[in-house]
Write a protein that binds this ligand. Structure first.
Ligand SMILES: C[S@@+](CC[C@H](N)C(=O)[O-])C[C@H]1O[C@@H](n2cnc3c(N)ncnc32)[C@H](O)[C@@H]1O
Length: 268
């Protein structure tokens, strides 16, 4: 399975992503990447692999009407939801490997929780650098490696024991770019000078262990590749592996480590 195929979701799945994944996981990271990129009014900003647009919306808040924000994604379902939520922003269909913009179009290019899905990451970074003006900023957020994840590590191990290789490959993609030193090296290889690289500890919030399991499985193509019995066993298994993160009221506060890296394009 290709990493591009990983996120070919329907509009219905994209609505599920917006209503469940975004508040539970992604919304928390958007202001951090906006801060890392030093976004300020007057700038032209691109949100690459924007999904349903949570980062583009955070950028729009920061620009406060002075500047432009464009969101680009490969998936029409994601873009349909992004447009529904914020019809006033500029949403474009496109592939990070071949961005449909001239050199130096943007002051800043942001990319949240998507680098790991790109089949050719060096090319993706080179394209992000190309469309950024000289001295502008490229900023990324990715989840830290699975071995650094106290809740998701045991969850993925449990799902893999039940569903085998499909679960490992589909649920492990998220954690593939999480090594901070490798990220720095990747940025430098794209002629980007790192100005900020930090690990943050966030929290993925869910109503129950089962809800985390449902969100993970139904937010990925795994849901189409496992039997009903395997899915039930993964939901049950989540109760055990997430017990240390389950509050007395049954809600789950799962720690989620992420890497936030910002770099400047070279002046010449
Ligand atoms: C986990 S979602 C993150 C979305 C958004 N940045 C957020 O924080 O909610 C990953 C996104 O990457 C997009 N994507 C994957 N490969 C892509 C590519 N080659 N070019 C553009 N977008 C891509 C998917 O369609 C999906 O919307």
């Amino acid at each position: 399975m290709s990493t591009t195929e990983t996120f070919q979701l329907s509009v219905e799945s994209a609505e599920f992503y917006e209503s469940r994944f975004v508040p539970a996981i992604f919304a928390e990271w958007a202001p951090l990447v906006v801060d890392a990129a030093r976004i300020r009014p007057g700038q032209a900003v691109l949100d690459v692999a924007c999904g349903t647009g949570v980062v583009a919306r955070a950028v729009a808040d920061r620009l406060a009407g002075d500047g432009t924000v464009t969101g680009l994604d490969l998936n029409p379902g994601m873009l349909a939801v992004a447009r529904r939520v914020r019809p006033d922003l500029d949403w474009r269909s496109g592939d990070v490997a071949d961005l449909p913009f001239p050199d130096g179009t943007f002051d800043a290019v942001l990319c949240q929780m998507a680098l790991m899905f790109f089949p050719d990451r060096p090319r993706a970074l080179a394209e992000m650098a190309r469309v950024t003006r000289r001295g502008g900023v490229v900023a990324l957020v990715v989840p830290a490696s699975l071995h650094e994840q106290p809740a998701y590590g045991p969850f993925v191990d449990m799902a893999a024991r039940i569903a085998g290789p499909p679960a490992v490959s589909l649920l492990s993609t998220y954690w593939e770019c999480g090594d901070l030193d490798e990220l720095r090296w990747s940025m430098a290889s794209a002629e980007l000078d790192v100005i900020d690289a930090r690990t943050y500890l966030g929290t993925a919030r869910f109503g129950s262990p089962e809800e985390l399991a449902v969100t993970e499985v139904e937010g990925s193509p795994l849901v189409e590749r496992i039997s009903g019995d395997e899915y039930r066993r993964i939901r049950d298994g989540a109760q055990d592996v997430l017990a240390p993160f389950t509050r007395p009221d049954g809600r789950v506060d799962a720690p989620l480590r992420g890497q936030v890296v910002a770099a400047r394009t070279r002046l010449r």
